[in-house]
Each structure stands twice: as structure tokens, then as C-alpha cells.
Write a protein that binds this ligand. Sequence first.
Ligand code: TYD
Ligand code: MG
Length: 489
Amino acid sequence: MAKRRTVHSCQSCGAQHPQWHGRCPDCGQWDSLVEETYEAPRSAAAKGSGRGAAGLPAMVPAAEDEKPRRLSEIDMDASPRLPSGEGELDRVLGGGFVPGSVVLLGGDPGIGKSTLALQVAGGLAAAGHSVLYVSGEESAEQIRLRAERLPGLGGSLQVMTSTRVEALAGPWKELVPAFVVVDSIQTIQTDAIESAAGSVAQVRESAAQLAATAKKVGSILLLIGHVTKDGTLAGPRVLEHLVDVVLTFEGDRSHAFRLLRASKNRFGSTQEIGVLSMASHGLEAVENPSELFLEERSTRAPGSCVIPLLEGSRPMLVELQALVAPAPYGTPRRTTLGLEDARVALLLAVLDRRSRIDLLSQDVYAKAAGGVRVAEPAADLGIALAIASSRLDRAVPPDTAAVGEIGLGGEVRRVSRLDVRVAEAERLGFRRLLVPAVCHREQLERRSKDAAGGAAATGKRTDCELVPIEEVAQAVDWLEHNGVPGGFS
Ligand code: TYD
Ligand code: MG
């Protein structure tokens, strides 16, 4: 008979311990162990022939798809991708869903995960695919209400509200859906395990059962997952290696635009991002993110600088803003939004020591406009210029952008793919770009080499003037000579 066992699982790292501890011995998280009981499977030794059988069990004939095959004999066309119908999602997936794959979509509550899933599910249903939408969070009426707002949804979409894995088996077998959405994995539970829905054991076991069914039937499974306060997918790491693709949907709820990224993708790159915006009738693709981000830019105020970021292969112009004000009390405040605290602190120290700007007794506020999160080191020069611009009360000219990483010595370092960034800045009407001097030299060398090779006529000459910057102090000097006085100091 199967034996009942009790373990204490950490809800943070998934480690299991025989006894309860106030603090997880594995990850150090306090008060994260929860008691769970499950039926221990009879051990292999008990089932097998001899006692202590540790190797592979006795030969059992393997099913056809379990036999080894030569790599060259595997047919690649056997699983063509299914485009989701949402261009931005397809871009992140690498060209559409792979049949039989499991995709996890995570994100903060209210960011638009259910909307995206319903839009994709409805679109596929309208295109004639069999689609099953399972919701453990919303009632069927709520789903219908939401669907009313989204145009072009197929009425043939099958909707089901259930929180039990077992209840899904029937419809899944009957419909043989091409696409299944489970919203959300934290609300689903299986009878095989006694612990509450949303606990590590439940999430792991339910997801494993669903994924196995998806693989067997050949359905694409989209699991929706919540994100905990510290930004990791709840039901933590346990899900990440179970699924083929992990997508995160991020953005600021008070802004319309959303970013879709892949942190794991077994079938494509994790470099690409999708940009969408939440409208009154669902999510829309944003073809030109730069235009969206620069829409509300105030071009005359000091303390702002535009940077050409690169997300995957996609250039995006983003505005960085800074406000420097004398600190009224002892320790000056440093507040950032959309930028890393550590990076801004480092740049403040570099500016303070390596240029003639003094920031020690100043409050500094810095943010990326539009709710974007900027992590690329290439933003350093732009952040430094925005801060210097506010401190000197001189605005960066509206047709100027800056890009470059800054080292602790104040040196401006190389960035990747300068040509792509320049082209995007130029497309949006920028006439001048402050760039690392190294990149500038390389660009000149390449041009002269092209000229020597007779390819000069074809080599694209940009109208955008590149200003080489060697050190951060040089950028500050440039700003002093070329900046537009703000008139508030
Ligand atoms: P939702 O998809 O429910 O978020 P999640 O599943 O990630 O928790 O998103 C809900 C938000 O989106 C809600 O605040 C309303 C808004 N919304 C729109 O602005 N337009 C729409 O067409 C829809 C359906 C929702
Ligand atoms: Mg939801």
C-alpha cells in the first residue's frame, strides 16, 4: 500500500525538509515552510525483482516515440509553428507557437495577462482552430464581458471555469484543442495532492500534469502565472524548468505601454522584445516605440536627455530625466524610477569626482520617462548628461541624443551596434549624437576602408553628426558650450 508522507516545503525555493523550521535552511527565507502530505510512491526496489535494485528497471518494450532515432532522420517540418495572430507575441516567441510546447506568461496583477491570452485564444478560434480557455479566476460571464471589448474574437472559443486539473481531462480529450489557456496556474489544483491551491507542491504537480497532457495531445499550453512582490514568478522556480518558454509581461499600470520579454525560450532567442499598448479595446502592437516614448517630451527644460537603447535587435529612443536640487537637510536624497539605484549612485560619484560638477550636497531625482525600465549600460552617458544638464541649468539641445557606457575612471566606453542606434535617432529627426570616441574612430576607419575599396558611393553617409566623447568631463564641457540656458538658476 502507498504510504502517506509529510514534508515541509519552502514556498520560496521549493526545498523539502522532514521537519519544520522557522527559517528555510536552504534559502534562508523566514516563515516559508508549509506542511504538505502526499502519497509516497512504492519504491522501485519494492516493485522490481531484487532488493536494492538501483539501476534501470528490467526491459520493458519502449513505445514507438520513445526509441532513439538518428539526428539526421528527425523531420524538422513535423512541427511547423502556429502564428499567434499577435505580431509582437510572435516576434518574442521566434515566429509563433511550437505545437506541444508549454508557455508560461508571468506578470504583475492587472498588467493585461488575461487580456492578451483571451485575445490570442479568440483570434485562433476565429481562424478556425479548436481552442480551450480555462479560467480559475474569473466567471464565464466576466470572460464574456471582457471579450465584448475585444474586436475580432471567434465565438467558437470554448470557455470553461474550473480549478481542478481532473475536470479538464474530459474536455481536453474531446476537443483535442490546438491551443489551451490556463488562467492562472496558481488557482488550479489536482486531487493527487492535498495541499492548498497556489502552494509549491500544487503548482508543480498541476503544471506537470497539464504539460504532460499538452505534449501527448500536441496542444499548445499557455499557463498564466502571478508574480510575487519581489518580482519572481510565484510558485517559484519550480515552473521555470518545466515549461519551454517563459514570458514576462511588464510595464507600469499607469501607462498604456507594455513590454513582453522571454527569459527562457527553447525554440528561439531571448533577445527580442514585444511592445504593446493597452487601449480601450484590448492590446495593440506598437510598431514604432520611439515615437510613443518621445511623444510627451518637453524639449526645452534642462534635465532631460534622449538615449537610443537597443532591446534585442530593436532600437528604441527613450527620454531620461533628472532633477538636481539643493538638499535642505543633512543627507541628500537620491531617488530613481525605472533606473537602477546603484547605477545612478555610481554615475553621481563619477560625475562628482571626474568632472567639475559638484553633487555632494544635492538631492538627485532621476527617472526614465513613460514607465520604461532602463537597464542597458549604454544609457550611462545619457543619465550623466541629464543630471549635468539639471545641475548646470542648461538643456541638452532638442535635436541631440547621447549614448555610451561610463567607467569609474570617467572614461566613455564602447557600445554595441552603433549604426542601428544612429539610424533610429536619425529617423526621428535627431541631428547630433554624442558617442564614445572609440566607436567614432572605428566608424571613420570603416568608412575610409570602404572608400579605398571603391564602395564609397554605396556606404551610407548619415546626416546625423557624431560627436566623439572620450571622458565624461568632455561631455559636461560640450553641454556648457552647446546647451540652451534654462533661466531658472
Ligand atoms: P487583465 O488582463 O485582467 O490583467 P491580469 O490578467 O494581468 O491581471 O487586465 C486588466 C486591465 O486592463 C484592467 O485594469 C482593465 C484594462 N483593460 C483595458 O484597458 N482595455 C481592455 O480592452 C481590457 C480588456 C482591459
Ligand atoms: Mg487575469
